[in-house]
Design a protein around this ligand. Sequence first.
Ligand code: G
Ligand code: G
Ligand code: MN
Ligand code: NA
Length: 253
Amino acid sequence: IELEVELRQALMRDQLFLDYQPQIRAGDGQMIGVEALVRWRHPSRGTVSPGVFIPIAEETGMIYELGTWVLREACRQMKTWHDAGGPLITVSVNLSSQQFHQPNLTTYIKGILEDTGLEPQYLELEITESMMMDAAVSTGILNELTEYGIRISLDDFGTGYSSLSYLKLLPIHKLKIDRSFIRDIVVNKNDKAIVATIISMAQHLNMDVIAEGIETKEQLDILTDNDCEKIQGYYYSRPLPAVEVEQEFFAPM
Ligand code: G
Ligand code: G
Ligand code: MN
Ligand code: NA
């Protein structure tokens, strides 16, 4: 309850901010995108993790307001980078299930893109398999978003309980291999087999694929040996404040 009241105030008092985790193309080390990750600079508790406050926001209905702030800020930052001559990369934003199912989602996101001036093809929405369970519902939503030009990535791929049949039905651009398959990939043959299979499936379905949670060179080598070139993980970078992304990953502008 306490955190709930404080979270409401956090939105008004500018206590939320975004970190950005670079997504890297292994072949040349170029940054090809960033994932926006929200944080709460709490006046006395320090930085609070979204793992703690996103569930509270979801339970209390604050997720709509919080999600709007995240989308707007992520699009604003990317547009600022593009305008400043930074690389033309995408920004990925995590959507909660409630946001995904909010009425007029496309119109609402369109409004944010128009207000900030970011072109739709530079926004990628991260959704999870569980949001695809009702294919009749998700087909309509995803068709609208993708017809407008927004990209869709399936986060935590491989950990959900849904069937694979939605993959052939729905407009999904990218599979994001969950980091639980990466953690032990160097020693665990089963994890390695699953990851190789996801990569191969993505290729056959004409989808993009990215691996998450790469922390070591040994893990990276297994991914690139299996033709997965897009990498997100501490090996390249932790999530960083915007200024540090500029300092460490932009060519001098
Ligand atoms: O950054 P960190 O590892 O603490 O993230 C913890 C969890 O919070 C992750 O599952 C991540 O997807 C989620 N998360 C981070 N930012 C957002 C956000 O803006 N919206 C939603 N819905 N989830 C987020
Ligand atoms: O659920 P989601 O995939 O959105 O969670 C993203 C979170 O995963 C990021 O906030 C980040 O903190 C975490 N993460 C990213 N790369 C790594 C990594 O290499 N190792 C670990 N342990 N966590 C990571
Ligand atoms: Mn994510
Ligand atoms: Na993930």
